[in-house]
Design a protein. Structure first.
Length: 96
C-alpha cells in the first residue's frame, strides 16, 4: 500500500513538470546582453574591476571566473581565510 502511494506521488510530481528554481536562475532569463544587469547584486564589483577577489558589504567573498571573450562570473568562496576574509554565511548568493 505504501509503495503504491509513493509511486503515485512520484508520478504526480514528475508529470507536472515541477523543477527547482535555485536563486531564480530558471526564470526571467533573457537573450539580451543588457538584461544581464538584472542578476547583478547591489554593491557588486564595477565592470572595470580587475582584482581576482571581491568582498561585498555583507562580508561575502567572490572569486572571478572568466573565459576569454566572455564577461566575468563571480563565484562564492566558502572559506576565504587564505586572503584574510571571513567564511561565507547563509545570506551569501552563490554567484554574482
Amino acid at each position: 500500500m505504501n509503495t503504491a502511494l509513493l509511486a503515485c506521488a512520484l508520478v504526480a510530481v514528475t508529470a507536472t513538470g515541477a523543477t527547482a528554481d535555485i536563486q531564480g536562475f530558471a526564470t526571467g532569463l533573457s537573450r539580451d546582453i543588457d538584461d544581464a544587469s538584472v542578476w547583478t547584486v547591489a554593491g557588486g564589483p564595477p565592470r572595470n574591476f580587475q582584482g581576482d577577489y571581491y568582498t561585498t558589504s555583507n562580508n561575502c567573498t567572490y572569486r572571478r571566473a572568466q573565459a576569454p571573450g566572455y564577461a566575468p562570473n563571480w563565484i562564492l568562496v566558502l572559506n576565504p581565510h587564505h586572503i584574510g576574509r571571513p567564511s561565507a554565511h547563509r545570506g551569501c548568493p552563490g554567484m554574482l
